[in-house]
Design a protein around this ligand. Structure first.
Ligand code: ZN
Length: 359
């Protein structure tokens, strides 16, 4: 549990590179707009989607994956589409699975600017640095790697039951991701945003308008979305994650997340590119996430009004119906829902609901 908590501080998502075929699919979502959708199974650790917006004279990249190795693979795929230079890299938020490839773009395009929310700029050299050091310490990723290796070697869960095929492939992917993180990321130089926004920043490129917006707190306090109105495309970062949202305590704000998602839905995009998972063509999953977070907020606020402690609130909040909908029969999703939704979301919502000032 402590390992999972550490990991959630640092990413909430990753991929391995060598000896494997590319672990992403380039999906054309509009004319000259391509999403690199990660193919690793949803697990305890993951890599993030990226998007390439090819304009008349340049390219804008949204999010840069968990490791330089995977960013290089995606840059090579971009090069097969165009030789135009990357001029802007937008980071939707500060987690490692969205920023650790920044260095690759900075090295390849020394004049590129890096855009993010002002909170991302504040977080990366402070809390982010401390959390990354913790993740790389022996009880962070190295302990997680040992845990996964022993699970796979024994082929048994902690309960003694054998691993299912889904569990084996997920933990094998988690292991590769964790190993590539430790192999590559200790040497990575964090590239900070060179341009920040609080609320909104618009780029104009020929006929294209790239609208970068802050819609409110959710996965973090610095989530931004990239909206191409004419194309009907929105790039959401981790405000939207499939098949189960990842919530961090204390970094996420589940109490605000539902309203933020409603602002996202109100953009009426016909193509929604999530931070993790496949491209969506309608808002039904966003509505489901919104209902989940509205329910968490409502239940936690009621518990706080009754004067319950966090431990009592954990018991009184009921999310069984949502768990069935998100998890289905999958034990892996069940573990993700328990570790990345129920535990941290109730705690983070409790913190925000109990907070009187400066929250
Ligand atoms: Zn992520």
């Amino acid at each position: 549990m402590r390992i999972l908590c550490l990991l959630i501080l640092i990413l909430l998502a990753p991929v391995f590179t060598l000896a494997q075929s590319e672990q992403f699919e380039m999906v054309k979502v509009a004319e000259d707009v391509y999403a690199a959708i990660r193919k690793e199974p949803p697990g305890l650790t993951v890599n993030g989607n990226s998007v390439f917006i090819i304009n008349d004279r340049d390219v804008i990249v949204v999010d840069t994956t968990l490791t330089p190795g995977t960013a290089k693979e995606e840059l090579a795929a971009l090069r097969r589409l165009t030789n135009k230079p990357v001029t802007y890299v937008i980071n939707t938020h500060w987690h490692d699975d969205h920023i650790m490839g920044n260095q690759v773009y900075r090295d390849a395009f020394p004049h590129a600017e890096f855009i993010a929310h002002v909170k991302t700029r504040e977080y990366l050299p402070t809390t982010g640095l401390a959390n990354r050091k913790q993740a790389m310490a022996p009880d962070g990723y190295p302990a997680f790697i040992n845990f996964l290796r022993s699970l796979l070697e024994r082929n048994k869960k902690q309960s003694g039951e054998p691993l299912s095929a889904e569990e084996r492939s997920t933990y094998a992917s988690d292991l590769e991701i964790a190993e590539s993180y430790m192999a590559e990321n200790p040497g990575v130089e964090i590239v900070l945003p060179t341009i920040t926004l609080d609320d909104r920043l618009t780029l104009y490129r020929g006929e294209r308008t790239i609208d970068i917006r802050y819609l409110g707190r959710g996965h973090t306090s610095g989530d931004i979305v990239v909206y191409l109105q004419k194309e009907g495309v929105v790039i959401t970062g981790d405000l939207v994650i499939l098949p189960v949202p990842y919530v961090g305590d204390p970094q996420s704000h589940p109490g605000d997340w539902s309203a933020t998602l409603q602002r996202l839905i109100a953009l009426h995009a016909s193509v929604i590119i999530p931070g993790h998972g496949p491209v969506l063509r309608d808002d039904s999953y966003l509505q489901l996430m919104s209902r989940l977070f509205a329910s968490i907020r409502e239940q936690v606020e009621a518990a706080v009004r009754r004067g319950e402690t966090l431990e009592q609130t954990r018991k009184s909040v009921k999310l069984d119906e949502f768990r069935k909908t998100f998890v289905g029969e999958s034990p892996v999703r069940r573990a993700i829902f328990a570790n990345y939704v129920i535990g941290p979301a109730v705690a983070a919502a409790f913190h925000d609901a109990s907070c009187k000032a400066d929250c």
